[in-house]
Design a protein. Sequence first.
Length: 531
Amino acid sequence: MADRRQIKYPRIVGNYELHQKLGAGYSGAIFCARNIHTNQWVALKLQPIDEPCPTNRYERNFYPALQGGVGIPTLWGSGTYGCWDYLAIDLLGASLDSLHRSKKTDVWDLRSVCCVAQQVISRLEFMHARGVLHRDIQLGNCVLGLPPNNTTIYMIDFGFSKFYIDQRTRRHIPDSKEPRDFIGNYWFSSVRVHCRGQVPSRRDDMEAVALMLIHMLTPGGLHWTRNGVPKTDEAHDRLMYEKRTARPEDICRGLPPPFEEFLRYCRRLGFTERPDYERWIDEFKELAEEHGFPGDPAFVWPPPNPEPTVRATAAPKPAARLDSGELQGVLNGLANMQLGDRPALAVRDNLVNRDANTPPEDMQKPQKPAPKVIHLVSDDESARGENANRPEDNAALGKLVRQFSQVMEEQKSRMLTKEGFAVLDALHKQLADPSVCAAPIRTAKPRGSGASEVPESAGQGGGTGERETRWGKMNKLFRLGQDVRQARTNEQLAQLVVEFGAVINRSNGRTVTKDGFGFLAGLAGRLESLG
Ligand SMILES: Nc1ncnc2c1ncn2[C@@H]1O[C@H](COP(=O)(O)OP(=O)(O)OP(=O)(O)O)[C@@H](O)[C@H]1O
């Protein structure tokens, strides 16, 4: 490949007269160009025809399939001219990458990030509906239109794209375990694709969006992006290690819950699963509204409210993660209750890491003292029916609830972490029916009439899918606190635990308030009295 600095670009290519250079990519350059017959201005992507990585040729395959979509550039012409391969597309404005470099604050303002989220997810929804994966989501490939389309974000650069719907059979491409070369970008390509060499599918485009959004809200950017493009294999290995081991709760610390939930959601998606685009567009619209911004996805630059309202904060060192250890103790307590040989609760590791894509390495190591091994769901049908709670179980459960509440109260943030939700899950299972695997309490927010991952009753009186306002949360916790004191059976208590978890899960910050502690105290008391 010729040294790009020495390439002499022509003045005319086909019907186009080249003007200033707009940018240069991995395998070509982009010029502002004028159609000499129509005077129309376009962006001309130019590449030598012998380019070893002929991305123009690849891109040409995808533009026809994508024409007509909002935020997809129109292809005005393409072909070869002499020794040049060209694509003429809509002339656009600044990329998010250039805005990122130009901004004066350490992170983006939340309103802009919510607009980016809504628009980029919507672009993916369109592209995926046309059978195309982008596979190179990054700030440089999200570009603003020119007036009057300057509040629309366009997706560009389909050089790495791929049809995930086989054009002949109309079926989803198959998964494969064959080793494969990495295609994508170092910063935002999903962990699965980048670090584990898996075949990209829709979920990976979505994960890249999640990482890009978190990056925009992180001072200095996601930590694996800070040393620039890796120049050696060792540097690349290190980058992959950092990316692979970064836990969602750590990189999203300090951010409103939807960012962490979105990342986890993307990582839970199956290879051929269709992401719920509408849900996440709504989620980011609501988030903007909750913070007092319009939910309208129009991207306004410069931002009307440039001051950042949220930013990711550095994760504390592992030693400082007291909450995990202490809540782990409560979980161990639940796991080690004297329940005879009855199968109960859940495998501890599963509970703690249930919603992580991969258990963090430190969690995979055996803990001491070794917990009693218990099973998530009993295979042994005969064991069912022997699970009625005994009075002494209730008294012990009540004690554990007090312990849990105490640990929570001692936390400065009083935020219910995933370990805390794991305690609630275990408690619910034990109360409802220890042999049954109940739906996790901390989970995706239910939406519309679609499948809900939260038990039906979890949304009772709260309007499923609505975010809990501070007042709504207080009222509901207060009511739950009263109900729990009057519950007559363990099943009723189990139900109230689910409702409690759902209220906390839907609230901003997931903190346990005074009323929340009131509920826990009531629960402990009721268990002891039922015991
Ligand atoms: N239609 C356009 N209008 C205006 N500027 C554009 C347009 N397309 C691309 N650019 C600018 O050129 C840069 C590179 O574009 P693009 O990513 O399409 O090229 P590439 O050669 O495929 O790059 P890369 O190797 O970085 O993927 C963009 O970040 C953007 O700043």
